[in-house]
Structure formats: C-alpha cells, structure tokens
Design a protein around this ligand. Structure first.
Ligand SMILES: NC(=O)c1ccc[n+]([C@@H]2O[C@H](COP(=O)([O-])OP(=O)(O)OC[C@H]3O[C@@H](n4cnc5c(N)ncnc54)[C@H](OP(=O)(O)O)[C@@H]3O)[C@@H](O)[C@H]2O)c1
Length: 349
C-alpha cells in the first residue's frame, strides 16, 4: 500500500480553508499542520481541523520532519519568501497563483526546485475543470481545426479584501491582473499552444475608484502568438454574480463554453458547452460539475498521484511563470498605452 502524502498548509484565509477541506477529502492525503499569522485564525484552524497541529510561524511548520508537501495559500507578496524556504527544506510545494510578483523571483523558485529535485506546482486549477479542460481536449483533438481566436471573458462582483486588506494594497497584491486575469492568460496560452508562443500583448484598464486608479476594475488585453492567432482576455469587477465565457474559433469549427454562479465558489453553478463543427451545432454534455471548488479537489488529488507515481502536475512552475510574465507585460502595456513585445525574457525558464 502507498504511504499517504502528508500536507503542511501555510495560509488559512478564504481560499486556504478550501485547500484544507480539499486535502482532507482526498484519499491518500493527510493534513498534518496549518499555519496562519494570527492566533485567532490559528484557533479557527484548530477548531475546524483538530487532527492538524497549528502554528503562527511558518518556520515551525517547516521544522517538522513528517511533512511531504507544503501548500502555500498566502497573500501574494509572501509567495516567494515562503516558497523559497519550503523548497529549500526539500519538500514538494503547491504554490497558489500568482507564482510570484516578479520574473526574477519565479526564476529563483524554479532554480531551487530543480536543485532540490522536488515538484513545484502552481494553483491554476482551471486546467482541471470539466468545462474549461474539455475545451482544451476538443482543441487538441482537432475539433476546431487550427485555433485562430480565443475569448476568455468574466463579469463578476468585486474582489474580496483579503486578511488585513492585502488585496487592495498594490504593494502586496502586485496588480489586479495577477489576481483573476492570470487564470485567463493561463487558459489562453494553453488553448493556443499549437499556434506558437505569445509575441505581444496590448492591454487597457480603468478604475471606478477615483482615489485608487491602480486598482483596475475593468481590464482587457489582446495577446498575439507567433503563429498569427490571438486571444482576448477581458474582465469587469463592476458587475454582479460570477459569469465566465470562453469562445474558441479555428479553421474548421467553434466552441462556446459558459459558466454562471451566484458567486465564484458555488457548488451549484449552471454551465454549458456548445460546439460547431462547420456543419451543425451541438450541445456537449459535461458530466462532472465545473467550478473552482471541484477543480481544487482535483488539483490536490492530481498532486498526490504525481508524488506517489512520479506523474505530471496540472500546472508546472514554467507555466506559472509564463502567466506571471503575461500579466506583468499587460500591466506595462496599460501604463504605456502601447503594445508590449513579449520576448526572450518572458519565455526563459
Ligand atoms: N487559484 C485560485 O483560484 C485562487 C482563489 C483565491 C485565492 N487565490 C490565491 O490564494 C492566496 C490567498 O488568498 P486568500 O483569498 O485566501 O487570502 P486571505 O483570505 O487574505 O488569507 C490569507 C491567509 O494568509 C495568512 N497569513 C498572512 N501572513 C502570513 C504569514 N506571514 N504567515 C502565515 N500565514 C499568514 C492569513 O492569516 P490571518 O488570518 O491570521 O491574517 C490568512 O489566513 C493569494 O495568493 C490568492 O491570489 C487563488
């Protein structure tokens, strides 16, 4: 029988709690310890998961000798410091997106993971979705022919503040493109992988917050690839509920996937996938429910399998780095008002 994979979770906020639930639901995974910053949150973690030890200093969790994977669900400005320490201690790491706030920091983590010969997986769980993942499978199977155009669009209610308001503090969040549009750049690059690497991004954004123009409620970008395809990534945070659309067209056919929920974390969404093969339009049944809570569970299960059987992870550090690179280039484009070339610096890893 395989040994269970033992998890140490660092960060127990809005999303970290869901990680904890996903770990305990996964057969062959054990939740050994949890770290938060405050006593109050550590106590809440102890109440909810009495089987896990709790700490308020992540270094004490790293000092334990009974943990295989460190799962990092911290405010984004802490990702590099804590992931570097976790990888340096010889553990596998699941690091939430955005991988880091700079490419140098991403490169540093990739280097440590390679030297330590451990896995570094990034939390782009939409790749595991029964809906968004199905779109990818159909593209790979040639359903649309050569993909030429991808639209990833979201309209939703405003972002959560985060513990201590970090998400509304540009020095800690990096920028708001690194929050949600980063997932869409990840999907767009994935869907267009047969159309070459990204070569440029042109983006614009605005804010309804006069005193905080850097917190961009509306964001749109056009990403071009070396093969002549392009993706439109666009979102508004000034809307209601959570509604996401993906459209893909190619030389032969078209795909249209949509997902709606009262909030992003609902377990009761509505979703559909309609496809056109150049002849007729069909509805494709999607057997499993789609949504980030389900995908998070699948992501933890895939990481456990990856460690036990030396298999792949859903999103590698190199892919996570690419998505950071595209977000940083998009922010430069917003600031400059011109298209930004995405070149060797972005592609290097
Ligand atoms: N993949 C996805 O779909 C997805 C979805 C949501 C969020 N995320 C990412 O997940 C991360 C966390 O987001 P969130 O919404 O969960 O944030 P959050 O609600 O603000 O939670 C942050 C947690 O980190 C803890 N913390 C802060 N500083 C710490 C430190 N030095 N040591 C240990 N713990 C510390 C906080 O503890 P206290 O409570 O004690 O302050 C809190 O428990 C972000 O990077 C975000 O981008 C990803």
């Amino acid at each position: 029988m395989m040994q269970p994979v033992r998890f140490g979770l660092i960060g127990f906020g809005a999303w970290g709690r869901h990680h904890a639930e996903a770990i305990v639901k996964t057969s062959d995974a054990r939740l050994v310890a949890i770290t938060a910053r405050s006593e109050g949150t550590a106590n809440a973690a102890r109440d909810a998961f009495p089987q896990a030890a709790t700490y308020t200093d992540y270094r004490r969790l790293l000092d334990r000798d009974d943990i295989d994977v460190i799962d990092i669900v911290l405010p984004s400005h802490l990702h590099h410091e804590v992931a570097a320490a976790a990888l340096g201690s010889g553990r596998h790491v699941l690091l939430e997106k955005p991988m880091c706030l700079s490419l140098d920091d991403c490169d540093d983590l990739i280097g440590i993971a390679r030297r330590q010969n451990v896995r570094l997986a990034i939390g782009h769980e939409l790749r595991l979705s029964s809906l968004w993942g199905r779109v990818n499978e159909m593209i790979d199977a040639g359903f649309v022919g050569d993909p030429h155009y991808v639209l990833v669009e979201l309209s939703r209610n405003p972002y959560r503040q985060g513990a201590d308001g970090w998400r509304y503090d540009i020095s800690r969040v990096g920028n708001w493109i690194l929050e949600e549009p980063i997932h869409f750049f990840d999907l767009a690059r994935w869907y267009l992988k047969s159309a070459g690497d990204p070569v440029s991004v042109y983006a614009t954004a605005n804010s309804r917050q006069a005193d905080h123009p850097e917190l961009q409620d509306n964001f749109s970008a056009i990403l071009k690839t070396s093969g002549g395809a392009y993706a439109v990534v666009t979102q508004t945070l000034a809307a209601f509920e959570h509604h996401q659309t993906v459209k893909v067209t190619g030389s032969k056919g078209a795909l249209w996937a949509s997902w709606s929920g009262a909030i992003d974390r609902t377990r009761h969404p509505t979703f559909s996938l309609r496809v056109f093969d150049g002849g007729e339009v069909q509805s494709v049944p999607v057997e499993r429910a789609a949504g980030e809570l389900f995908e998070l569970e699948d992501q933890i299960a895939m990481l456990v399998r990856s460690i036990q059987h030396d298999g792949p992870v859903a999103c590698t550090a190199e892919d996570g780095r690419w998505s950071v690179a595209l977000c940083l280039a998009a922010q430069r484009s917003v600031d400059a008002g011109t298209a930004i070339e995405v070149g060797t610096a972005e592609a290097r890893a």
